[in-house]
Design a protein around this ligand. Sequence first.
Ligand SMILES: [Fe+2]
Length: 136
Amino acid sequence: MSAYLDWSDEYATGIQAIDGEHQTLFMMVNALHGAMENDLGNEELAGLFRRLTLYVDSHFAREERLMRAAAYEGFDGHVRQHRALTKTLRRLATEFEADPENFATEDLLDFLKNWLSQHVLKTDMDYVPCLQAATE
Ligand SMILES: [Fe+2]
């Protein structure tokens, strides 16, 4: 059975630490989707949402450390994308907590699915040659 957000080789950067964290992010989005599908309730959703947000923060911090260490030329643009997502997630978390009954969890999931898959496929892939060269 396929998951809501399926991992496949096309998402692999070849940088082990990053791929492991990306897979965890995919799993967390799938967990959130499962909780919604199975009507596990707002408390459960809020907890998963909060955990995902914290994990995104630590993952972005790690990527940013690696990019800075490699003096990646696309650092600023990449970080701008990270900050935009972080800001949106914070806003959505606040909205959810204020009025969970009227919160469109499905839209949040669609947004996360699209954002993550596009960011990994394009923006993250762009730093791969630079990061690999820096660790060789
Ligand atoms: Fe990134």
